[in-house]
Design a protein around this ligand. Structure first.
Ligand code: DMJ
Length: 702
C-alpha cells in the first residue's frame, strides 16, 4: 500500500519518464515511506474497525463519514493531526524528489534504466555520462577548455585503474608546512599520475604552471572545497618513506592546529566555518589524538594535549554518553597513554571513566549493557531513538575493560564485559556465526530477522573476536572458535564476486535472508583483521591461515578499488558491486552514498598488510589515499569530510573533522610509512577499534 502510494506520488510529481526501480534504491523515498507509514497504518486501523462493526466492505465515502461521526473528540483531533502530517510528508517528499531530479539533470545522478525490471537493484552510474553532464556545469568555459577537462577526466579514470601514482619529480621534503615547489624541485599532479611530461623550465614561483597541472589546465582552478582548498601544494613527489612519514606528521600538525585554533576543548572541529560541536563535551579530538601525537613525537602538541587532560578534563559531567563510543575513544586513549608513558595521570583518568561507564553494564536487567549512561548519575538506558543497541556496541568494549582490570588488579571491569561476551556467545539467533545487527538490553535477545552484515552496527564484533584472542596471548580459545566460525559464515553467506572484474566484496543479508551486494567502507577493517589472525594461526592452523590471508588480500584489494575507482581517489561511504553481466563497471555508487568521512578502515588494513607481508604496494596505496585526503579534504582550518567523492569539481565539503581522523587514519598512515617494525610491533600490541594500542598479555590472569 505504501509503495503504491509512493508510486502514485512519484508519477504525479515527476517530469521524467516513470522508473520503477527508482523507488527501491533511493533512501529518500524509502525514508518518506517510513514517514508516511504512521498515517497509513492509522487509516488502515480505522478501516478495519469499520469492517469489524459492519462486516461488509462499505463504500469509501460512507466509511469516512461514519468513522468521522462515530469518532470521539480526541479521535477527531488525532485524525486531523494525521492528515496534517500526511500533507507535510507529501510536501517534504516532493521537494526531495525535485532536488534529486535537479541533481540528476546536472549530471550528478545516473540511474541506468534496466530492461529487466526484476533486476532493479543493478542500477548503475555511467561515468561517461557523468563527464558529459559535468560539462553543462561549466557554461562559462570555451570548447577548448571543456575538451581539456574531458580529456583529463578520461585520463584520470584510465590511469587510476592501472597503477598507483608514480611521483615524478620530487623535492626533498620541506617540512610539515607542505611548502610549494622550489627551483630544483617541482611538484606535478602528484596524486593521480596524470602529470604531463616533466616540465623543463620549472622555476621558483612557477607554481601556477606546474602545481596541480591537471586541475589548473586552461586557467581553470578546480574549486574542490569552495575555493578554500589549501592543498594545491600537495606532496613531496617521489617521496621516500621518511618523507611520506614526515608528510603525514605535517597533516597531523595541520589538523591539530586548526582544532586548537577553532575548537579547543570541544569534541569536533568544523574546519570550514570554524565552529565546533560537542557530542559528549569531553574534548574527544584531543583524547583521540593524544597517542598519535605521542607516537609521531610531536612534542609541543603532545604537551598541549596532556595539559588539557591534566587541568581541564573532567568526567564529572551531567551528560549521557554512548558506552561504546566513550569506551573506545576515551577509555581506550587513556589506557594507551598510560601504557606508552607510564604516566599515572592517565591511569587515574582511565579508572575514573571506567567507573563512570560501568553502570551501563551493571544496571542492565540482562547481561547486555545499556547503550547510554550518564557520567555523573550513572543512570543508564537504551538509546533514545529505539529499544535496541547495535551488536557492535555491546561487543566492542571488552579489550578496554579487560585491560583496565589487568592494570588495576580489580576484576570487576573484566567480569562485567566477560559476562556480555559469554551471553552473546551462548545466544540463539546467529546464522553460522553471523550475528543479527540489533540486540535488546532489556530482554538480552537479538532482534529477530535483523540484517546480517560486517558493516555498520556489527563490524567490530568480528574485529574484537580475533583481538580478544590475541590480547591474552591466544589463551582463550572461545574467541578464536567464534571468530573462525564467523569467518566461515561470512564466506558462506556474505562474500561475492563482482562482474566483470571479480572483486571480492562482503555483502549483507537483509533481514537475515535477502542478499545484497552492498559493502560499507567500515567493512574494510576486515582485510587487516584476517591478516592479523592469519599470521597468528600460521603454526596452529596452517591451511586456515593461508586461506584467511588470501581472503584478506582479496578484500583489501576491493577496498583499494573503492578508492581507485572514484575521480577523487577517495572511497564513498557505501559501495554496491555489480552482478549484472550487461554492465561493464564493477563498482556502483549511489547518489546518497558518495560521502567520505575521513574514515580509517582501508588504511588500517594497508598497515597490517604492510607489516605482515612487507609488500610496498600497500604503502603506495596508502600514499594515494593520503594524497587524495590532502587534495580534496584539506582546508585552511583542518580536514573536512566531503559529501561527493564522485565529482572533482564539486566535492561538497561537509565541514566536519571527525576525531578518528587524528586518532586512526593519520596514525595508521604514519605507521604504514614507518620502516621501523619495532614501533608498536604486532606481537606486543593489539590496537583497539579506535587505533589505541594496548599491550598483549600472556594469559587472562589478572
Ligand atoms: C571508529 O570510531 C571505529 O573504528 C569504529 O569501530 C568504527 N567507526 C569509526 C571509524 O570509522
Amino acid at each position: 500500500m505504501n509503495i503504491l502510494f509512493n508510486c502514485i506520488l512519484k508519477f504525479c510529481t515527476s517530469k521524467k519518464p516513470f522508473q520503477f526501480q527508482f523507488f527501491f534504491q533511493n533512501k529518500n523515498i524509502m525514508d518518506s515511506m517510513l514517514l508516511l507509514s504512521p498515517a497509513i497504518i492509522i487509516l488502515f486501523v480505522y478501516f478495519l474497525t469499520y469492517c469489524v462493526h459492519n462486516i461488509a466492505v462499505p463504500r469509501m465515502d460512507w466509511m469516512i463519514y461514519i468513522t468521522w461521526k462515530r469518532a470521539t473528540r480526541c479521535q477527531k483531533n488525532l485524525i486531523v493531526l494525521v492528515l496534517c502530517l500526511t500533507v507535510i510528508s507529501i510536501f517534504v517528499y516532493s521537494s526531495q524528489i525535485s532536488k534529486l531530479e535537479k541533481e540528476e539533470a546536472e549530471g550528478l545522478d545516473f540511474v541506468r534504466k534496466k530492461k529487466d525490471k526484476k533486476k532493479w537493484t543493478n542500477t548503475k552510474e555511467i561515468p561517461d555520462q557523468q563527464i558529459a553532464g559535468n560539462e553543462n556545469r561549466l557554461p562559462q568555459l570555451g570548447d577548448e577548455q571543456k575538451q581539456a577537462i574531458k580529456d583529463l577526466e578520461n585520463k584520470i579514470r584510465l590511469d587510476i585503474r592501472k597503477k598507483p601514482p608514480v611521483l615524478k619529480h620530487g623535492p626533498p621534503f620541506r617540512g610539515d608546512q607542505h611548502k610549494g615547489p622550489s627551483d630544483e624541485n617541482v611538484m606535478v599532479a602528484v596524486d593521480l599520475d596524470i602529470a604531463p611530461d616533466p616540465p623543463q623550465n620549472n622555476k621558483v614561483g612557477s607554481k601556477e604552471k606546474n602545481v596541480d597541472h591537471n586541475i589548473r589546465a586552461n586557467d581553470l582552478l578546480v574549486d574542490a572545497v569552495h575555493g578554500r582548498v589549501v592543498s594545491e601544494e600537495a606532496a613531496p613527489v617521489q617521496a621516500s618513506m621518511s618523507e611520506r612519514q614526515e608528510f603525514v606528521r605535517g597533516m597531523m600538525r595541520h589538523a591539530w592546529s586548526g582544532y586548537k585554533k577553532y575548537a579547543w576543548g570541544h569534541d569536533h572541529l568544523h574546519p570550514i566555518t570554524h565552529k565546533f560541536d560537542n557530542w559528549f563535551g569531553l574534548g574527544l579530538t584531543i583524547l583521540d589524538a593524544l597517542d598519535t601525537l605521542y607516537i609521531m613525537d610531536l612534542k609541543e602538541e603532545y604537551q598541549e594535549a596532556r595539559e588539557f587532560v591534566a587541568n581541564k578534563l573532567t568526567f564529572d559531567k551531567d551528560i549521557d554518553v554512548n558506552l561504546f563510543e566513550c569506551t573506545i575513544r576515551v577509555l581506550g586513549s587513556m589506557l594507551s597513554m598510560y601504557h606508552l608513558t607510564n604516566d599515572k595521570l592517565y591511569l587515574d583518568k582511565a579508572v575514573d571513566i571506567g567507573d563512570r561507564l560501568l553502570p551501563a553494564l551493571t544496571k542492565s536487567p540482562s547481561p547486555v549493557p545499556y547503550s547510554d549512561v550518564n557520567l555523573r548519575t550513572g543512570n543508564a538506558h537504551a538509546p533514545k531513538w529505539g529499544p535496541d543497541s547495535s551488536v557492535s556496541e555491546v561487543t566492542t568494549i571488552q579489550l578496554e575493560f579487560r585491560d583496565l582490570s589487568f592494570i588495576t588488579g580489580d576484576s570487576k571491569y573484566k567480569d562485567a564485559v566477560d559476562r556480555v561476551s559469554k551471553h552473546v556467545h551462548d545466544l540463539a539467533g546467529k546464522k553460522d556465526g553471523l550475528i543479527p545487527m540489533w540486540i535488546n538490553a532489556r530482554t538480552g535477545n537479538f532482534r529477530p530477522s535483523a540484517t546480517l552484515t560486517v558493516g555498520a552496527r556489527a563490524d567490530s564484533y568480528y574485529e574484537y573476536l580475533i583481538k580478544l584472542w590475541v590480547q591474552t596471548g591466544g589463551t582463550e580459545s572461545v574467541y578464536l572458535d567464534d571468530y573462525l566460525e564467523a569467518v566461515r559464515g561470512i564466506e558462506k553467506h556474505l562474500i561475492g564476486l563482482s562482474i566483470p572484474n571479480h572483486f571480492t566484496y562482503v555483502g549483507e543479508l537483509l533481514n537475515g535472508v535477502n542478499p545484497s551486494a552492498k559493502m560499507d567502507h567500515l567493512v574494510c577493517f576486515l582485510g587487516g583483521s584476517l591478516a592479523l589472525g592469519s599470521r597468528l594461526l600460521e603454526k596452529k592452523l596452517p591451511e586456515v591461515s593461508k586461506h584467511h590471508m588470501d581472503l584478506g588480500t582479496a578484500i583489501t584489494k576491493t577496498c583499494h578499488e573503492m578508492y581507485a575507482s572514484t575521480p577523487t581517489g577517495l572511497s564513498p561511504e557505501i559501495t554496491y558491486f555489480n552482478l549484472n553481466e550487461a554492465v561493464k563497471e564493477d563498482v556502483i555508487v549511489k547518489p546518497l552514498d558518495r560521502h567520505n568521512l575521513l574514515r580509517p578502515e582501508t588504511i588500517e588494513s594497508y598497515f597490517y598488510f604492510w607489516r605482515l607481508t612487507n609488500s610496498s604496494m600497500y604503502r603506495d596505496w596508502g600514499w594515494n589515499a593520503a594524497q587524495a585526503f590532502e587534495k580534496y579534504c584539506k582546508v585552511e582550518g583542518g580536514y573536512t569530510s566531503i559529501k561527493n567523492v564522485m565529482d572533482l569539481r564539486n566535492t561538497k565539503p561537509m565541514d566536519k573533522m571527525e576525531s578518528f581522523f587524528l586518532g586512526e587514519t593519520l596514525k595508521y598512515l604514519y605507521l604504514l610509512f614507518s620502516d621501523d617494525h619495532k614501533l608498536l610491533p604486532l606481537d606486543k600490541w593489539v590496537f583497539n577499534t579506535e587505533a589505541h594500542p594496548l599491550p598483549i598479555r600472556s594469559s587472562s590472569r589478572i
